[in-house]
Design a protein around this ligand. Structure first.
Ligand SMILES: Cc1cc2nc3c(=O)[nH]c(=O)nc-3n(C[C@H](O)[C@H](O)[C@H](O)COP(=O)(O)OP(=O)(O)OC[C@H]3O[C@@H](n4cnc5c(N)ncnc54)[C@H](O)[C@@H]3O)c2cc1C
Length: 386
């Protein structure tokens, strides 16, 4: 989190207690400074998990997860914090304590302030306690690795997998450049002609899992598939996931000041987006690497360039503007999970439009009349609503 001077930074580091875990009610009540990993570790022995799984789990907090609606690969099946939170306690900008939601999985009284606070990037209230909805751990998980001879084949497979009834619990996509990077890991061996790759996980009860995995394998076997392999060996599966999770840091090694966007488009439009990005890369000479949570249409678009080189910086900026235009034309959104913060703030007015922007500022004033909570972040400039 980047404070704007002059600011006061509030740390939730010591609000790190898990207050209650109720298996019967399927919820955990936690303070905001508990890390995602601490919570998962406490839930596992009881046979439960909290579905949001950002890669930063070891260090990121529940407060940050809720404020950014952060998630990871599992969101395709289990949703984001918005789908997995029952109630909140939060301090609004006036200092008053607000309680939202209920401890039940049903409840329709009043507006849904819980969902409003989740993803509001700390601009409406400081979350001081959360009641999180728990899910039973799946009995078993199968990891599939599908290799394709073209990008078009891999993206067609994503659409085919999502169009059939078995929902995978992860459906991750990597383009050719990303595949090249993971090939550098000596533990990862892929068919020679692999140009794009999907990592798919299917979870469920032991008695049905083989059938479920077969259904997904069938759907993923579109024209252009080179191989769909079951990673039966947990070590091999773990290695592949490690390689996937190491992609972003590896790219930062190549281009330390790369831009990493996390746009979202409807799943069936992923091929259109990726093809447009390939054209853009050829046209501008900027290397663009794409990977991410394809099952949600959430693609991490990485622009590799050197910002010290003025010509490269200008072309990267052009790519960014074009990317956002493309995504909005495709009924998508500028951010799937990283949020708006400062960097994307100048662009979000394009997505929201003047009426939504004005209503959001009206809401912000109700919660935070003196504009002291994360001022200058997330919301477009009020002038954009004129
Ligand atoms: C290596 C790495 C991998 C990542 N992988 C993912 C990923 O897979 N998926 C993903 O979605 N994100 C990912 N992220 C981004 C980041 O980890 C998440 O957004 C995470 O949820 C942030 O949590 P935090 O505790 O670090 O929050 P911070 O960065 O401290 O804060 C984030 C925002 O939340 C606000 N906030 C924090 N606590 C509260 C509170 N109690 N009440 C109100 N507002 C609050 C802050 O003001 C700030 O605006 C990754 C980041 C890194 C560095």
């Amino acid at each position: 989190v980047v404070p704007l001077a002059p600011s006061l930074v509030l740390s939730s580091e010591r609000m790190n207690r898990i207050l209650e875990i109720s298996a019967a009610n399927r919820y955990a009540r936690v303070q905001p400074g508990v890390t995602n990993q601490q919570l998962q570790d406490a839930l596992r022995p009881l046979g439960f998990f909290w579905p949001p799984d950002p890669t930063s789990a070891a260090v990121c907090t529940i407060g940050g997860n809720l404020a950014y609606n952060s998630a990871g690969p599992r969101a395709v099946k289990y949703g984001t914090p918005r789908e997995n939170t029952l109630a909140l306690r939060a301090v609004i900008g006036t200092g008053a304590l607000l309680a939202t939601g209920t401890r039940t999985t049903k409840g329709v009284v009043g507006y849904d302030l819980t969902r409003l606070l989740i993803g509001s990037e700390g601009t409406l209230a400081v979350i001081s306690e959360a009641v999180l909805r728990l899910t039973p751990l799946p009995e078993r998980i199968v990891t599939l690795r599908a290799c394709y001879d073209s990008l078009a084949a891999a993206t067609a497979a994503v659409a085919a997998v999502m169009a059939q009834p078995v929902v995978p619990c992860a459906l991750e996509f990597m383009d050719e450049v990303a595949v090249g990077l993971i090939r550098r890991d000596p533990g990862v061996s892929l068919p020679q002609r692999t140009r794009a790759l999907l990592m798919i996980e299917v979870d469920g009860p032991g008695y049905a899992l083989a059938q479920m995995a077969d259904a997904v394998t069938g759907a993923a076997s579109v024209a252009g598939v080179l191989q769909v392999e079951h990673a039966d060996d947990p070590l091999a599966a773990q290695r592949l996931w490690q390689a996937r999770k190491a992609l972003s840091p590896a790219l930062r090694h190549i281009a330390p000041k790369k831009i990493n966007e996390d746009v979202v488009v409807p799943v069936a439009r992923i091929p259109e987006l990726i093809e447009a990005l390939q054209r853009l890369s050829r046209e501008t000479g900027i290397t663009i690497v794409n990977f991410g949570h394809a099952g949600n249409g959430n693609i991490h678009v990485n622009l590799l360039f050197d910002p010290e080189d003025r010509r490269q910086a200008e072309r990267a900026d052009y790519c960014l503007q074009t990317l956002f235009d493309l995504v909005l034309q495709m009924d998508g959104s500028l951010s799937g999970e990283h949020g708006v913060g400062l960097a994307k703030q100048p662009f979000v007015g394009r997505e929201l439009g003047p009426l939504a922007t004005r209503l959001m500022w009206d809401i912000k004033r109700q919660f935070d009349p003196a504009n002291i909570l994360n001022p200058g972040k997330a919301l477009p400039d009020p002038a954009d609503s004129a």
